[in-house]
Design a protein around this ligand. Structure first.
Ligand code: PHE
Length: 340
């Protein structure tokens, strides 16, 4: 009997694929009521007791092998059957998933970087958590400057003061400390100010600042660079105007307006009927700042400028409410998917 079971095991294992009617024959022959297995179990009962343990094991494994093989053969037939009735149509359209898109401010930040890259500016980054020296002192802020008050700036620690940077000018300081001029760099990044949130202000926003330090850099270079940027960004008809202003770290300082990109300078609600919109602050780097960063102010001069990316994005896409930029509302974000 042992020999017989071994032979049947080999026989069953040798099946690979069968047709549906052969599968039924397989079932009747091995697993059917009068099939080989049931007959063997009958035969088993009459075996001598000392052989029963060994034969029982063998018989059970034969039964298991036969049922598993039956299931395998059946599965193969099912799969083949499905393929026959539903052939793959390779010409059907693929099911499209939802594609993401760039955030409107990422689109504009990328554009700003591209415009300045074309005239040799590189890109630098720095920490958002900054010490007092890099954010204020090195930039010539007096000890009683209002930006150093709790109501204007987020303090993380006091004495020594650690703050959330209020501008990316802190990155300028880090660059001037670690690199030798000439320096020609822009610094995009997130900055924080302690402001009540409204459609026109938020407690964080994004800036791009620029810095150029070399021998003989003049205000004329600054003006020409900003004119080039404005024309590239808002169109070749764009005009600029500079108004005197004050920043602790630049001297002289100015605010720059561009002719309104919406009405072309005629006057509309965007420019409050003036024909001009303010987009950035700028100036010649104060010699004190250069000296604080160990750059010889008798040899080198430089200019700096800083703009809010939200502001530029507003002008390009006429987004009226600043809060939309950080609310992650998919209905808002979807509108920019063609602007990549
Ligand atoms: N740091 C200034 C701000 O945050 C912008 C600025 C940068 C102005 C460089 C002048 C020069 O408003």
């Amino acid at each position: 009997m042992e020999h017989n079971i071994q032979r049947l095991l080999d026989e069953i294992k040798s099946f690979s694929t069968v047709k549906p009617d052969e599968l039924e024959q397989f079932r009747i022959k091995y697993l059917g009521k009068n099939g080989i297995l049931n007959n063997l179990f009958e035969e088993f009962k009459a075996q001598p007791p000392q052989q029963k343990q060994m034969l029982g094991k063998l018989l059970n494994s034969l039964k298991q092998t036969a049922s598993e093989k039956y299931n395998d053969l059946k599965n193969n037939i099912d799969i083949a059957g499905k393929q026959e009735t539903k052939p793959l149509d390779l010409t059907l359209n693929a099911t499209n998933g939802a594609y993401g898109a760039r955030h409107p401010m990422s689109i504009i930040r990328k554009e700003i970087i591209e415009i300045f890259s074309r005239i040799g500016f590189t890109v630098a980054d720095g920490p958002e958590i900054e010490d007092d020296w890099h954010n204020f002192t090195a930039l010539n802020f007096q000890p009683d400057h209002p930006a150093r008050e709790m109501q204007d700036t987020f303090f993380i620690e006091q004495n020594p003061d650690i703050v959330l940077r209020t501008h990316t000018s802190s990155v300028q300081v880090r660059l001037m400390q670690t690199q030798k001029p000439p320096l020609r760099v822009i610094m995009p990044g997130r900055v924080y100010r302690n402001e009540a949130i409204s459609s026109r202000a938020h407690c964080f926003f994004n800036q791009v600042e620029g810095l150029y330090i070399d021998k003989n850099v003049s205000f004329a270079d600054l003006k020409q660079t900003l004119l080039y940027f404005s024309k590239e960004m808002f169109g070749s008809d764009t005009k600029i105007r500079l108004r005197p202003s004050y920043f602790p770290f630049t001297e002289p300082s100015a605010e720059m307006d561009i002719s309104c990109s919406l009405c072309g300078g005629k006057g509309c609600s965007m420019c409050k009927k003036t024909g001009w919109v303010e987009i950035l602050g700028c100036g010649m780097v104060d010699p004190n700042v250069l000296e604080n960063c160990n750059i010889d102010s008798k040899v080198y001069t430089g200019y700096a400028f800083g703009m809010g990316i939200e502001r530029i994005t507003n002008l390009k896409f006429t987004v009226k409410d600043l809060r939309l930029f950080s609310e992650n509302d998919i209905r808002f974000l979807k509108q920019f998917k063609n602007n990549i």
